[in-house]
Design a protein around this ligand. Structure first.
Ligand code: ADP
Ligand code: MG
Length: 663
């Protein structure tokens, strides 16, 4: 069945779905809610704080409708709930006035102002709920209405014959519920118990397919032989090393040794270098590229963003200008003429090393004899892409760089098809970031530290744990500004940055901070990506307990970017082993290990975490146990079915064919 066969779907809706990445019925039913709204009716008499609540009752007065200008309409009426009468106000939903009348029974969601007896409505549910209503929240964007999407999903769930992916014997073994049932629960959960079963099924399935691919790649790797040897002499190595303005750390030297050993072997290299942010992976990549080029092969390095590619290129040229090596930069913004010249020079071998972005993956990029591909920040690439990279040449070695610190045993599972080098140490000139935990009653002390930094002409980040799609963003950031301004000198300038700003606005705010026009930047976690301000020496994280350990570690990495001593302050009223762990350690690997140990099963009905490999529903860290199980199960599944080419399992047969065709 195809998408366009669904009832009431037109070309406009199809286009909107495509924008959301939904191209098939299967994509549609697997477009999961990213969280849920739970509406549980309460008795207003028991209300203790000013939070959003759900109440049920009936309209007991005439409904009055005030038409203001275009953007302000007000509906007012009296409402009886749990034997009391309250005044209800609804802003800007004029169409509701027709549906409301005396004695109409309703459910209202909103906030209650006890003093004035006014209930301000944010959502009207057109019936009196007699149960808890759980409603999926979807990332729908602006071009399709949520209601339309939900109807289509439910329509598809009813009409479409959803085929099991997981082999029956495994479903039986773990008593997994049917895929159809799991999908229907994930979109319309009614209770926690069912929801857990649905999650288990969908997570198991996703991880099983993932591990199936990894294990298959591993088998193919063991079979694939390259017939070239790159023989690197010690002299060659030392000559290149002598150009670097610092000494390599032990970890860097070890990683390089692993790579050179791979070069010497009669086998393609497929190696992952894992190292925390700032551990110095780039120079290892550069040295590998140069050695590869000294053996007569071209090399290329792909970075996920233009800024990063440009930075790598500048660095390379800077450090190795005296080497007789021709290096070029290719990104999306390279001019057409330049591109043409680069394509030509690559084909005739005039370029030795090409640094760039995804633009390198395009078909027009053809090398004369490519010998090494380096992928920076590899976690941005999926399993399917891993193999396609090396198709640019006959005997291509592949090297990946990743800053996602994960424990070794764990890395061996999810990167089971690669060899791994881990850089554990950091360059010795780096100052440790001192981390402190304070509760809010010590705001005074915290602001003393902040003022101290400001007096030394340093800058400060303040980070708040907000969900980007909540409307309260700006309010909460402004609250922080109000709170801290009591402690600040009048001429201290504060910038506010959040995800909902337009890109131009964001750039301006970040730039003002970079240039020192603002002294303090209050921000949501958007600063995790791409803000690099060396003069910022202090970070204050509000309600730190609400962030994951790894996120906190990444955030903290925004300071300590020079030889100044930097501080990170975790503000939290909760005692937490996780926060203690950050106070104790700066080591990303230790922290990720602790993260695994300390994290329980995760919050149900909470916000789905984004896995570092873009899983739809599973999380590599939280679902560690399921992951290890699927590793075993998929190995056995492959062993028993590879001989007859998965003839009984068309889904997996297709994956095998895809991987073969792309190798
Ligand atoms: P990452 O591993 O996060 O990619 P980079 O390779 O960007 O880290 O290195 C971070 C910084 O450390 C760079 O400015 C780099 O020049 C510097 N650096 C790398 N290795 C060393 C070293 N052994 N000694 C001193 N500085 C180093
Ligand atoms: Mg890097």
């Amino acid at each position: 069945m195809e998408l366009k066969e669904l009832k009431g779907i037109g070309s406009k809706t199809l286009a909107s779905l495509r924008d959301l990445g939904i191209n098939s019925i299967d994509d549609l039913v697997r477009f999961y809610p990213f969280r849920y709204n739970v509406y549980k009716p309460i008795n207003l008499n028991n209300l203790t704080s000013n939070e959003t609540v759900t109440i049920i009752g009936k309209v007991v007065s005439k409904v009055s409708f005030f038409r203001g200008n275009k953007v302000s309409n007000i509906i007012r009426f009296s409402f009886e709930t749990c034997n009391r009468i309250i005044n209800v106000t609804i802003f800007n939903q004029p169409y509701l006035s027709k549906q409301l009348y005396i004695n109409k029974e309703l459910t209202l969601v909103g906030k209650y102002d006890e003093i004035n007896n006014i209930f301000t409505v944010s959502k009207v549910i057109n019936e009196k709920l007699d149960h808890t209503l759980i409603e999926g929240v979807y990332h729908v964007g602006t071009n399709i209405k949520k209601g339309v999407l939900v109807n289509l999903i439910n329509e598809a769930l009813n009409q479409y014959d959803i085929k099991e992916v997981i082999p029956d014997y495994i479903n039986n073994q773990y008593e997994l519920i049917s895929l159809k049932k799991a999908l229907s629960i994930i979109h319309n959960p009614t209770n926690n118990n069912d929801y857990k079963k649905a999650l288990l099924k969908l997570k198991y399935e996703e991880l099983f397919v993932f591990m199936f691919k990894i294990n298959l790649l591993k088998i193919r790797k063991e079979l694939s032989e390259s017939f070239v040897i790159k023989d690197i002499s010690d002299d060659m190595l030392n000559e290149v090393k002598s150009l670097i303005p610092f000494n390599l750390t032990n970890g860097q030297n070890e990683a390089l040794k692993d790579i050179i050993n791979d070069f010497k072997k009669l086998r393609r290299m497929n190696r992952l270098v894992l190292g925390d942010v700032g551990s110095g992976k780039t120079i290892v990549a550069f040295l590998s590229l140069i050695l590869n080029s000294k053996c007569g092969y071209q090399g290329t390095m792909i970075a996920p963003t233009e800024v990063l590619a440009q930075q790598h290129f500048n660095n390379f040229v800077n450090i190795f200008k005296d080497l007789n090596i021709k290096v070029s930069l290719l990104t999306g913004s390279t001019s057409l003429n330049e591109k043409k010249q680069i394509y030509k020079d690559l084909r005739n071998g005039n370029i030795d090393i090409l640094i760039g972005t995804h633009a390198i993956l395009e078909d027009n990029v053809i090398f004369e004899n490519l010998g090494l591909v380096v992928t920076d920040e590899q976690h941005r690439f999926g399993v399917n892409q891993r193999n396609s990279l090396r198709n640019k040449g006959k005997h291509v070695d592949v090297l990946y760089m990743s800053a996602t610190p994960i424990p070794r045993t764990y890395a061996l599972t999810i990167y089971g098809d690669m060899d791994i080098s881990i850089i554990k140490d950091k360059p010795s000139n780096r100052k440790k970031i001192k981390t402190y935990k304070y509760d809010f009653s010590h705001m005074n002390d915290v602001m003393n530290i902040v003022n101290n930094e400001l007096n030394n002409k340093h800058q400060v980040y303040m980070v708040a744990p907000l969900i980007e799609d909540e409307e309260s963003d700006l309010n909460d950031l402004n609250n922080i500004k109000d709170t801290i301004s009591k402690y600040l000198d009048k001429n201290i300038k504060v910038g506010i940055l959040h995800g909902k700003l337009k890109n131009i606005e964001k750039d301006k705010i970040i730039n003002d901070f970079k240039e020192g026009i603002t002294d303090i930047l209050i921000s949501t976690t958007v600063i995790e990506v791409g803000v690099d301000v060396a003069n910022a020496t202090c970070m204050v994280i509000f309600n730190a307990e609400r962030f994951g350990l790894s996120t906190l570690h990444q955030l903290r990495g925004r300071v300590g970017r020079n030889d100044l001593e930097s501080k990170c302050i975790l503000l939290s009223d909760k005692d937490s082993e996780r926060l203690d762990c950050l106070v104790k350690s700066n080591d990303g690997f230790y922290i990720s290990e602790m993260d695994l140990k300390l994290r329980g099963s995760g919050d149900l009905f909470g916000i789905r975490q984004h896995g570092d490999m873009e899983f739809k529903i599973a999380n590599l860290v939280q679902d560690n146990k399921i992951l290890l199980q699927t590793k075993k199960d998929s190995e056995e599944f492959i062993k028993n079915n590879i001989e007859n080419n998965f003839i009984n399992y068309p889904y997996f047969k297709a994956i095998v064919e895809y991987l073969i065709n792309n190798d």
